[in-house]
Design a protein. Structure first.
Length: 140
């Protein structure tokens, strides 16, 4: 029997995923991280983007808007403001959010919160990357 590690992916609204997995891959603050059973305890922040879990040789993809990742001996917990299955990411909404953020950043002479606009742009681009990777994985 292969060793597994339990993963909980939780948003501010609900639990998105809970169960045993072979591995977890996420975009941490210092780069891509892979977590396997018996990983050293760890606490790190996550960048907006994909979280992938490997279950019985099959990959499941999720999108998180950033958040925290905690690794304990037998449990990985991902806490995010927004988290959803990659299949549920709305491409049209992500494209519109990206365009709106780019417009906000390009407008001169207006009072905008550049940090907020940049954050929105980063999240929209991360969602679009998730959609693109999911399509490639499915062979579309």
């Amino acid at each position: 029997m292969a060793k597994t590690i339990h993963v909980d992916i939780v948003s501010a609204e609900k639990e998105i995923y809970s169960g045993p997995v072979d591995a977890v891959f996420a975009r941490a603050s210092m780069g891509e991280i892979g977590i396997y059973p018996q990983h050293t305890p760890l606490l790190t922040s996550l960048k907006p983007g994909e979280v992938r879990v490997l279950v019985d040789g099959k990959e499941e993809q999720f999108y998180v808007s950033g958040g925290m990742l905690e690794v304990q001996p037998h449990v990985v917990t991902i806490l995010a403001d927004t988290a959803m299955r990659a299949d549920d990411v709305d491409e049209a909404a992500a494209l519109e959010a990206k365009a709106a953020a780019e417009r906000s950043l390009a407008e001169t002479g207006t009072k905008i919160d550049y940090a907020e606009a940049q954050s929105q742009l980063t999240q929209a681009v991360a969602q679009l990357r998730s959609i693109e990777r999911m399509r490639k994985a499915k062979g579309h």
